[in-house]
Design a protein around this ligand. Structure first.
Ligand code: NAD
Ligand code: DAU
Length: 362
């Protein structure tokens, strides 16, 4: 039986990963430590409440005593660190919160994980892994014709979010080089899929389109992202956990390059097909260009040769097939969507982020 401590497992990727790993292996036990910020939703994991392989701890990675207790009481084989403030727009309005969670929180977790690891017997010590989940945004922004980011591209973060993730990555790296602590970093591109909090582009556009609300596109909509279906990310993380080399980092991405406008149009076309009787067909008529994000990165692209060549991972879903699954998920999970959209934190965010954008545009 392997025991994995997961931080941030009630969020989008963490909850998908917990579902994925428990469906793949019967001999895994998960402890999920999550502060349940606006982005953490216990409903994402409600089907596991009675599963003896799953334990939830409501708590913050910045609570040192809590971390100490967890590492004292639980025989942990691996740590997977998802917990973070993850939304670029929120980092522009509240950068200090991102430092607290993504930098100090990571520092606290590293300190306790490393203390625990140094007490282990030699065999457990050598199989222990600390997997740190990071982002392509640490590499900065690319021009349209520049080659994709590799693992050796220098860090050049542009938003407070990206800078806080870069700082966390540097700390993780330093623990390997200084203490030999067996940490691995993964840098992944934009994820999409079920259970994503509906203030990120794809779930926001789906839920707005279904109810006939404007589909806000920042600036000219020609920014490019590399989109990866979340299940493919989960498979990549499992592969890295099992086969990755401590001290290394691995780029993960979906190898596609649509503009934001193209991806919104794809969602609209798919909704036209899935909901032909909707009064909002054609959904693309709802597209609304709004004031741009400050410092908006123009393009991200990931070179995934290393993980593909060394560990044999490749994404399974194309952008089209992944988007169809995702849209179907949001249409089929109305209770989840409505309960998330109904939360006060979500309504406040929509007011804060979009009303001033529309006003400044007029
Ligand atoms: P998310 O915002 O959906 O979830 C974050 C989770 O962390 C939430 O459950 C939240 O409650 C928890 N959390 C926040 N602060 C905490 C704290 N101080 N202590 C304990 N728990 C805390 O994020 P996500 O999209 O699932 O991203 C997960 C990780 O993957 C993040 O580290 C993010 O930087 C990284 N990442 C995300 C993407 C993406 O496209 N979503 C892409 C690449 C990397
Ligand atoms: O690249 C990986 C990153 O992807 C992760 O590290 C982050 O945690 C994750 O949030 C995501 O960041 P983005 O800023 O790219 O995601 P978001 O969904 O907020 O925006 C995607 C693109 O769509 C981006 O270019 C901004 C644009 N956008 C976003 C929103 C919310 C719009 O045009 N309109 C919007 O309303």
């Amino acid at each position: 039986m392997k025991h994995i401590l997961i931080t941030g497992g009630a969020g989008f990727i963490g909850s998908n990963f917990i579902h994925y790993i428990l469906s793949k292996s019967t001999d895994i036990h998960i402890t999920n430590l999550d502060a349940l910020t606006y982005a953490g939703n216990p409903e994402n994991l409600s089907n596991l409440e009675l599963d003896p392989r799953y334990k939830f701890i409501h708590g913050n990675i910045n609570k040192l005593q809590l971390l100490e207790d967890i590492f004292q009481e639980t025989p942990i084989d691996h740590v997977i660190h998802f917990a973070a403030e993850s939304h670029v727009d929120r980092s522009i309005t509240d950068p200090l919160l991102f430092i607290q969670t993504n930098v100090l929180g990571t520092a606290n977790l590293l300190l306790h994980a490393k203390r625990y690891w140094s007490r282990l017997d030699p065999q457990s010590k050598s199989s222990f892994r600390f997997l740190h989940i990071s982002t392509d945004e640490v590499f900065g922004s690319l021009e349209v014709d520049e080659p994709a980011f590799t693992e050796t591209t220098p860090y050049a973060p542009n938003s407070p979010y990206a800078a806080s993730k870069a700082a966390g990555d540097h700390l993780v790296r330093s623990y390997f080089h200084t203490y030999g602590f067996p940490a691995i970093i993964t840098n992944c591109s934009n994820n999409y899929g079920g259970y994503q909090y509906p203030e990120k582009l794809i779930p926001l556009v789906i839920s707005n389109a279904v109810s006939g609300k404007p589909l806000p596109i920042y600036g000219d909509g020609k920014q490019i992202r590399d989109w990866l279906y979340v299940h493919d990310h989960c498979k990549a993380l499992h592969t890295v956990l099992e086969q990755g080399t401590p001290g290394e980092s691995y780029n993960i991405g979906g190898d596609n390059q649509p503009t934001n406008l193209e991806i919104v149009q794809m969602i609209c076309n798919t909704l036209d097909e899935f909901l032909p009787k909707s009064e909002f067909v054609p959904h693309a008529n709802l597209i609304d260009f709004v004031k741009d994000r400050p410092g908006h990165d123009r393009r991200y692209a990931m070179n995934t040769t290393k993980i593909s060549r060394e560990l044999g991972w490749q994404p399974v879903e194309s952008l089209e097939s992944g988007l169809r699954k995702t849209i179907r998920w949001y249409l089929d999970n109305k209770d989840w969507v409505n309960s998330t959209l109904g939360k006060e934190a979500h309504r406040n965010w929509l007011t804060q982020n979009y009303e001033s954008r529309e006003e400044e545009d007029k």
